[in-house]
Design a protein. Structure first.
Length: 312
């Protein structure tokens, strides 16, 4: 099976790091599902509770779960792996609770089988969380530094799109969740200026421009030490990059972050990436509309065909 990957910003994301734990989990779930379904009466003898039909139902459920994991492994995503991990944790909690509630019905072998199985499931869950962090980790960066990047192809020239993107004050016009965005330091966009944004929840944060390449890209450092900084990161940078392609231009939006609580990285990063994939195609489409002279606001849909974002 080939390893699919994309290259951006000096790093490569390998889907193989997400695929392997899914396939391992699918194999383990499938084997257990077959065992429960085909020899349910024997399993009942091993475990203790004589509820053959329950084992058969669990077997079918595990076989379907294994099939779902195999499908997910074809095009794995960090969010998909996070959902699978949540299912694994739910399995561990529910089966442990069942053993404790009906402890007098289980044989000694039954206790060993259930807890031994849960040890394997826990190991798979840990491996899945590790694989999520690995997929986002910045090579040669800090131990807990991660990068999220999305790419959107827009049917507009790079130069035309840049004309709208370069107006840092105007980003709230295209993002429904923003109430305002203003330059609080500097009269014009460029290195050293500071943009302050407020969202509809009343949360406020500032970003200082650290790099500016006219017509191509810019990057900012989020002022994470400011009182009330709303995001769960001790360090945070981000930026935009625009480049011509065969259909118009490719727009990349990226963030490099260090979570305040490193243990939450495997949860925060997939959710953040999925949110960016969901919201930024609309943002970029509205910016493209504005660049072509059409009147738009954050609450209006774009006249362009629906754009799509991919992790990069």
């Amino acid at each position: 099976m080939n390893t699919r990957s994309t290259q951006t910003g000096g790093r490569t994301i390998h889907t193989q790091s997400l695929r392997i734990p899914l396939l391992l989990n699918a194999t383990f779930s499938g084997v257990n599902g077959l065992l429960l379904f085909l020899v349910s009466s024997m399993v009942a003898t091993w475990l203790g509770p004589q509820a053959t039909w329950i084992y058969m139902v669990l077997g079918v459920g595990l076989l379907l779960f294994a099939l779902l994991l195999s499908i997910l492994a074809v095009r794995p995503t960090p969010l998909g792996l996070l959902v699978v991990t949540s299912a694994d944790v739910a399995w561990i909690v529910s089966t442990t609770a069942a053993v404790l509630v009906w402890r007098h019905d289980f044989t000694s072998m039954g206790w060993g089988v259930v807890f031994g199985t849960n040890v394997v499931v826990l190991a798979l869950a840990w491996f899945q969380q590790y694989s999520i962090r690995k997929a986002f980790h910045v090579p040669f960066g800090e131990p807990d530094e991660y990068q999220i990047c999305i790419a959107v192809d827009a049917p507009i020239t790079a130069d035309t799109f840049w004309g709208v993107l370069a107006d840092l004050r105007a980003i709230h016009r295209y993002m429904p969740e923003l109430k305002s965005s203003v330059l609080t330091v500097g009269e014009t966009a460029g290195v050293g200026c500071i943009r302050t944004c407020e969202n509809l929840k009343g949360q406020v944060w500032s970003e200082q421009c650290e790099q500016w390449e006219e017509g191509k890209s810019f990057s900012v450092t989020f002022l994470t030490d400011a009182p009330g900084f709303p995001f769960p990161f001790s360090k945070m940078r981000g930026g935009w990059h625009v480049a011509p392609n065969a259909t118009g231009c490719r727009v990349e939006v990226w963030w490099r972050v260090v979570p305040r609580r490193p243990s939450t990285a495997s949860i925060v990063l997939p959710l953040m990436a999925a949110g960016a994939q969901r919201s930024f195609p609309g943002v970029i489409a509205r910016m493209a509309d504005a660049a072509q002279g059409r009147s738009v606001s954050s609450g209006t849909p774009s006249v362009l065909p629906r754009l799509h974002a991919a992790l990069c």
